[in-house]
Design a protein around this ligand. Structure first.
Ligand code: 7TS
Length: 418
């Protein structure tokens, strides 16, 4: 879409969910004799046919190792791999494609920063600021680093509705703060954090900020330059792409100054037994044969998301969130967890007298897939004083009918335990 008219049409025309659903073959399945209602998108999203086809086509026509052969297939695979990097760059609006490092996922992206930037910049007595909303993958790497260095983890508290306390955040920032690392959208509660403000406040003191974008990029437009973040992490499988591929965005000045993460082939310029010179960005951080097909297919997934339009996806999911919030609030005994004003499509809840695991099992019999448990956010569960929640998480292909199916199945849960 290039014309102004087409772009404004994209903003105003609602998403055609029926057409979108046609693109996702897995959604046609029946589970236990019932139509599949897939509401576990925060764990992983389903894949459109275009993504599946591209994966098959890669191994049918394009497979070769990248950056090494002069032969046709190697060049073809290299071109597609580097084209995918540029698709990611455009998607995130990064300034340069060398700021896009392919990794396995958000977890690896955060570990990379902890092990490279973290190990060179954090020392005894220094502090790293995270928040109560973080996934374990944005807690444990910092905890390990702090243990190694004698540094301290500081945690931004939240309100009962699941919003960050920005006054407390400002007070946490000090001369010893070396990094702020916060989630963009909470996977457990759906809270959309004011990351622009968080970054602005950190940058006033010259502190870099990492944003965990795992739950944001498939649901809203993200512009890393507009945000001004220093690092942004994402997972391909949560944005219609395959598992095993993800991205670390970092500004080129930071990446240049960081030591390599893993070492071996592809990340070197020259090796002697005495000395190794590292490759240029981003290859310095991509040791070994990467997930070539994963990166290429992630490019296809991004193309799909962009074509449908992230503004339309966000509007559709917001409408469903409101519909679902209303539907669940009417069910006696259901208590919604996380009622932030700015929320993405996540409905986390508990049901009086029923363990979340039992909710999940009963819903599964109705064909409704949700996740139950602590969602890899045990400190957050502790703060909310619940051991676990049941969580329905939305994506572009979900419908009001599916929310109705969730609400009806939840009615059964209470009958079973009445
Ligand atoms: N950060 C957030 C906010 C996440 O939601 C997840 C995965 C991760 C990081 C880790 O991503 P990975 O792709 O490296 O594993 N969240 C979930 C979830 O909510 N249910 O299953 C995985």
């Amino acid at each position: 879409m290039t014309s102004g008219t087409a772009i404004s049409a994209q903003r105003t025309t609602p998403l055609d969910v029926a057409a979108v659903r046609q693109d996702f073959p897995i959604l046609r399945q029946r589970v236990h004799g019932k139509p599949l209602v897939y509401l576990d998108n925060a764990a992983t999203t389903q894949k459109p046919q275009a993504v599946i086809d591209r994966l098959v086509r890669y191994y049918t026509e394009d497979n070769g190792n990248v950056h090494r052969g002069v032969h046709w297939l190697s060049e073809r695979a290299t071109d597609a791999y580097e084209a995918a990097r540029d698709i990611v760059r455009r998607f995130l609006n990064a300034a340069e494609s060398r700021e896009i490092v392919f990794v396995r996922g958000t977890t690896e992206a955060i570990n990379l920063v902890a092990q490279t930037y973290g190990r060179t910049h954090v020392g005894a007595g220094d502090e790293i600021v995270i928040s109560t909303l973080e996934h374990h993958s944005n807690i444990v790497p910092w905890q390990l680093l702090c243990e190694e260095k004698g540094a301290r983890l500081r945690v931004i508290p939240i309100s009962d509705s699941g919003e960050l306390d920005l006054d407390a955040y400002q007070k946490l920032l000090g001369d010893r703060t070396r990094l702020v690392s916060v989630v963009h959208v909470s996977n457990a509660l759906g809270t959309i954090n004011p990351v622009d403000e968080i970054i602005r406040l950190a940058h006033r003191r010259g502190i870099p900020v990492l944003v965990d974008g795992a739950q944001a990029v498939a649901h809203m437009k993200v512009d890393v330059q507009a945000l001004g973040c220093d690092f942004y992490a994402l997972s391909g499988h949560k944005m219609l792409g395959p598992t095993g591929i993800g991205v670390l965005y970092a500004t080129s000045s930071l990446l240049e100054a960081m030591p390599p993460y893993q070492s071996g082939g592809d990340m070197i310029r020259s090796v002697t037994f005495e000395q190794t010179l590292f490759n240029t960005l981003p290859y310095k951080f991509e040791a070994g044969t990467p997930d070539i097909s994963g990166a290429i297919v992630l490019g296809t997934a991004i193309g799909y998301l962009t074509q449908v339009g992230l503004d339309r996806i966000a509007a559709h999911e917001h409408e469903l969130l409101e519909y679902g919030t209303d539907a669940l609030s009417r069910i006696p005994g259901v208590r919604l967890m996380g009622t932030a004003k700015q929320k993405a499509g996540i409905l986390s809840f508990v049901v009086d007298g029923v363990h979340p695991h039992d909710i999940g099992t009963i819903l599964d019999r109705e064909g409704v897939a949700i996740r139950t448990g602590h969602h890899c956010c045990q400190p957050l569960m502790h703060r909310l004083a619940v051991p676990a929640t049941a969580r329905a998480s939305l994506a572009l292909y979900n419908t009001r009918d599916e929310i109705d199916a969730l609400a009806a199945a939840l009615g059964n849960v209470r009958e079973v335990f009445a």
